[in-house]
Design a protein around this ligand. Structure first.
Ligand code: ATP
Length: 640
């Protein structure tokens, strides 16, 4: 067995958790990235050992008793099977000697029935074990994926990860359920039959063994090929799932672009990859058929030939020859099962590799750690001279591409600070650094005077409310969505927040009020409503700082005015850092940070910047959206 800490490595072991709390919990993007869907599995760049057969046994951890019982039943059934030729030999002798055989026939029939019952019981228990293995792995994968560092997910395709949780775990289930019983049966039958054949006639046994060795060498030669074909087939399925997921996610754009055929063609190519690999595996597998025939037919013919000579010479009885032939069948026939088991194991190793890749992805912190409690509401009560958030000479790159350079500014404990800049200037990246999704390459991000480098990200995030640009709705009802980050929020808090973000009217309009299902499976909210739900969700955490990434799309004038009022209200009590795309937000801001190509070019009030900064003037004219009720001609004049 290798020292590979496989998929069942518990959280907290080397492979289970790479970073615990605090420092290093967020990561540099690109760090420790593993192969994507299209890459050769195993080339994950982590230097991790490929899973070995021993690692498959670890899958059974936690199911020891069931596996033990299954093995006991299977071994008992197989051993009973070995008595059948001996009883048959007796039967023939008795028939030849004109003796009664009814008791022997009854014993044989009972043996058959008991053997079948034992083997069925063993198989059932192994099926149950297979299901438990899948369950355990899926739960671990789901947990792992939800804790993986944001930077690690950046370069991966969601569909491929889904495929690993869905398809690859199923392959392992089939392996557990299908291969272990075969291996046990073949081993027990093989050893038992070989021993009894040796006892009956060792020369003839050597003949049978010789043909088996020839077949085994052929089979062993194709096994490695079958494993790599399986890995390619599974990678194809992963790519297919990823592409299909993306296409279905953007189905309106696909339809509008009349790209159905092109998408079908491209996704079909992934299907073809899986097909080609499957066919390759089938080709290799087909070598095994003739090898089996050589082994079965060849050994039979040889045994018959040599046996006939021995019987005619009188050195062997007919009953001994029949028993020997039956044992030879028991030894040779299960070879097909053995091949099947070995190919299932090879497939299992391929899947284990892909699952292991995911379980090795670095997580932010120990999955087992309970989330820290929300801090008591304490907005804006720190020493006023210490800013709530401060960036000191921060630089940052995605991979090798620099995005922020020497960025410094601070966010006071109350008030609205807007960040403006052209698309791609690095505004959202600053929000990600403030949330500790990434660590800066240089400089420091400080929150409440403390460097974020040494702070548990979950403790830190409990003090912040985040409103993402696309303001996603999550699973469940409107209430579930509102209290998502603070499930203990009480009714009064919820009502107050709804009033603050002007959502009371929406709640009154919904068929079941707060209990209405929203999102994918329910009531679809408009962009403006979704954003206000997201703001309410962020506020219910009672955050000291609200980070808000404004949508770039235009809001209608009423929504826009509402939102500006909401932002003003929020900023009276706490710090609000907004990535601003709207003219009305920058006008409402107390201070504005201007970013250009990853650098802060100026900081000041709207009026100040309009007067002093030509870049800001251009920005307000060309890049910020204005209320729809303003005439287009207005945009040409710089000063609003
Ligand atoms: N996860 C990522 N991996 C690699 N590059 C990224 C990633 N996220 C953003 N970038 C790149 O970094 C640069 C800054 O992106 P960022 O999203 O911070 O800009 P922005 O100012 O918020 O833009 P916008 O106003 O269009 O939202 C962009 O060029 C973007 O392409």
């Amino acid at each position: 067995m290798t020292d590979h800490a496989g998929p069942l490595a518990e959280p907290g072991t080397a492979a289970g958790t790479e970073a615990t709390t605090g420092a290093g919990a967020a990561a540099r993007p690109g760090e420790g990235k593993t192969a994507g869907a299209g890459a050769r599995p195993g080339d994950d760049g982590t230097g991790a050992a490929r899973p070995a057969t021993g690692d498959l046994l670890r899958l059974l951890r936690g199911s020891g008793r069931t596996v033990g019982a299954a093995l006991a039943l299977t071994v008992a059934g197989t051993v009973l099977g070995l008595f059948q030729p001996l009883l048959t030999m007796r039967l023939i002798d008795r028939v030849s000697a004109d003796q009664t055989v009814s008791a022997l026939v009854a014993a044989l029939a009972t043996l058959f029935l008991v053997q079948a019952g034992l083997e069925a019981g063993g198989q059932y228990l192994l099926d149950v074990t297979g299901e438990s293995v899948v369950r355990r792995l899926r739960r671990r994968l789901v947990e792992r994926l939800l804790f993986v560092r944001v930077s690690e997910l950046d370069g991966r395709r969601a569909g491929d990860l889904l495929s690993r949780v869905g398809t690859d775990t199923t392959v392992l289930r089939d392996m557990v359920a299908g291969s272990f019983v075969q291996l046990v049966t073949v081993s027990v039958t093989g050893v038992g039959a070989a021993g009894l054949m040796l006892w009956i006639d060792w020369v003839m046994f050597l003949v049978v063994a010789g043909t088996l060795v020839v077949a085994a060498v052929l089979v062993a030669g194709v096994m490695a090929g079958i494993r790599s074909s399986t890995e390619q087939a599974l990678a194809g399925v992963g790519a297919m799932t990823a592409d299909l997921e993306r296409a279905l996610g953007g189905i309106r754009t696909v339809r509008a672009g009349r790209a159905e055929h092109r998408e079908a063609e491209r996704i079909g190519a992934d299907v073809d990859t899986a097909y080609t690999a499957g066919v390759r595996s089938a080709k290799l597998g087909s070598v095994v058929g003739p090898a089996m025939e050589i082994a079965v037919n060849g050994s039979f013919l040889l045994v018959l030939l040599i046996g006939a000579i021995r019987v005619s010479e009188g050195s062997m009885s007919v009953s001994e020859l029949v028993a020997f032939l039956l044992f030879a069948t028991y030894l040779v026939m299960p070879l097909a099962g053995l091949f099947n088991a070995l190919s299932l194991i090879q497939r299992g190793l391929g899947s284990l590799q892909r699952i292991d890749d995911v379980l090795r992805l670095p997580v932010e912190q120990d999955e087992a750690a309970t989330p820290p409690p929300l801090p008591a509401p304490a907005p804006a009560d720190g020493p006023a001279e210490v800013p709530l958030l401060e960036l000191r000479r921060v630089s940052f790159a995605y991979g090798t591409r620099p995005v922020l350079r020497d960025v410094s500014f601070s966010v006071p404990r109350t008030g609205l600070l807007a960040m403006v800049g052209r698309s791609g200037a690095g505004k959202t990246t600053i929000v990600s650094l403030a949330e500790k999704f990434y660590e800066p390459d240089g400089g420091q991000v400080l929150f409440d005077g403390a460097d974020l480098g040494g702070v548990d990200p979950r403790v830190h995030r409990a003090r912040i409310g985040l409103v993402e640009q696309h303001a996603p709705l999550l699973y469940g009802t409107l209430r579930d969505n509102l209290v998502y980050a603070n499930p203990s929020a009480d009714e009064r808090e919820i009502r107050e927040t709804l009033r603050m973000v002007n959502l009371e009217e929406l709640v009154a309009r919904l068929p079941n009020g707060l209990e209405t299902q929203v999102g994918d499976r329910g009531f679809n909210l408009s962009g403006g409503e979704r954003q206000r739900v997201a703001i309410a969700r962020a506020l219910l955490v009672r955050p000291e700082l609200v980070l808000l990434d404004e949508p770039t799309s235009q809001l209608d004038p009423i929504n826009e005015r509402d939102l500006t009022d909401v932002l003003r209200d929020i900023s009276r009590e706490r710090a609000l850092l907004v990535v601003a795309h709207r003219m009305s937000t920058v006008r409402a801001a107390d201070r504005i940070v201007v970013l250009d190509d990853g650098r802060v070019t100026s900081v000041g009030s709207h009026e100040q910047l309009l007067a002093e900064d030509p870049f800001y003037r251009r920005l307000t004219t060309d890049h910020l959206t204005r209320p729809l009720d303003r005439p287009a001609a207005d945009r040409s004049t710089a000063a609003p």
